[in-house]
Ligand binder design. Structure first.
Ligand SMILES: Cc1ncc(COP(=O)(O)O)c(C=O)c1O
Length: 373
């Protein structure tokens, strides 16, 4: 798929230069068509075709598994990133004195589920960011014999720092901790292979780089460690024969679907399936290459204009997020001016945060650069 074809999938390109995929992404035409098809069906037929919806949900599960190199039996759908992380936090067999390692710059989705364990005697340890980076050695130093879980973002939401999942997965394995990844800022734009990286659990809602709607998220629970979690949100769909309604009690399912307590967000999952389909068609390696080229172009231009780039641009640490500012400049006023010029970015922690996807163009990057004083 070339860039013109890609852009035609995104009507948003006709109204603005949208480079805010780290917030809530626009939908593609095909994701909307998939959801519209279901809405029309509901409008005309009620639930008569529900078997077909189930097939579509199953297809989405297969696509999600393919995206991260997992098995469909390791995928549960969740309503957001937080819910997947909470499945781990609330289902793990903690003992008082245990700890979990996070960073002090996690999006709060990866903080509150852990802090909520304080009354069970579980300590949440915050590794400090240093100049926009999370040093691997600092994570290693924070782990001790009572560390049960290390939970990190694939890509940190303000700095865009890309944690080295492979190295961290190996570290966790060696130190006997489970590895949890909040993948929402990387999934759909950067390569992510849960097997290669030794990821135990992963969670990501659809609404950022996956280009899918809100409320349709993916929770990966590795078969390797499936028996380590208790189901904390038990429900009728989590049992082995959910259709046999009155034959209770039934044991929970043994695959990841035991984390799906009740009816699906079928509409959102139609959108998510079509969205992942598009990403796989373009190819994640191609998307990653393209987005890194766009952000490199942006950073070259920013440096020429004297901006301070907060995001690490070292190989292996860069991502689709670039955050910058110019000391002394009114960043909020600049952000608002860009909005007025239909250049959509975000303001985060005093920085302008830019997050282009594969269908953005060099021209859009240049337009942004030209608009910067
Ligand atoms: C790293 C990270 N995790 C999670 C979220 C969102 O969490 P949820 O899907 O639970 O709303 C965001 C949104 O900004 C994020 O940047």
């Amino acid at each position: 798929m070339d860039i013109t074809e890609a852009r035609s999938e995104f009507p948003v390109t006709r109204t603005c230069a949208f480079m805010n995929h780290a917030a809530v992404a626009p939908l593609s035409q095909r994701a909307v068509n998939a959801m519209r098809g279901l809405l029309d069906d509901l409008l005309a037929n009620g639930d008569q075709n529900s078997k077909q919806w189930d097939l579509a949900v199953q297809r989405t599960r297969e696509l999600a598994a393919q995206l991260i190199n997992a098995s469909p039996s390791e995928i549960a759908f969740v309503k957001n990133t937080t819910e997947g992380i909470a499945h781990v936090a609330n289902g793990f067999p903690w003992s008082p004195g245990d700890n979990v390692v996070v960073t002090n710059v996690e999006f709060p989705a990866n903080v509150y589920p852990w802090l909520n364990l304080a009354d069970r005697g579980v300590e949440t340890r915050f590794v400090k960011e240093k100049a926009g980076r999370i040093p691997f050695e600092d994570i290693s130093d924070a782990i001790d014999s009572r560390t049960r879980i290390v939970s990190l973002s694939y890509v940190e939401f303000v700095s865009g720092f890309r944690n080295d999942l492979g190295r961290l997965g190996e570290l966790c394995r060696k130190r006997g901790a489970l590895f949890v990844v909040d993948a929402i800022q990387g999934l759909g734009v950067l390569k992510l292979d849960v097997q290669e990286c030794g990821v135990d659990f992963l969670s990501a809602d659809g609404h950022k780089w996956l280009l899918a709607p809100e409320g349709a998220g993916v929770f990966f629970c590795s078969n390797r460690v499936a028996d380590r979690l208790r189901v904390s949100e038990m429900g009728w769909m989590a049992v082995q024969n959910a259709g046999d309604y009155l034959r209770y009690p039934q044991p929970p399912r043994t695959d990841a679907r035991r984390f799906e307590c009740g009816s699906h967000n079928t509409l959102g999952l139609h959108g998510l399936g079509a969205a992942i389909d598009l990403l796989l068609e373009v190819g994640i390696p191609n998307i990653e290459r393209r987005v890194l080229a766009l952000t490199d172009r942006l950073c070259d231009g920013l440096a020429r204009k004297g901006y301070h780039i907060f995001s690490s641009r070292r190989e292996g640490e860069k991502s689709g997020i670039v955050s910058f500012h110019k000391p002394g400049q009114d960043t909020r006023a600049l952000f608002q001016r860009l909005r007025a010029e239909k250049i959509i970015v975000a303001l985060r922690e005093g920085f302008i945060r830019v997050s282009p996807h594969f269908y953005n163009s060099d021209d859009e990057i240049d337009r942004l650069l030209a608009a910067l004083p």
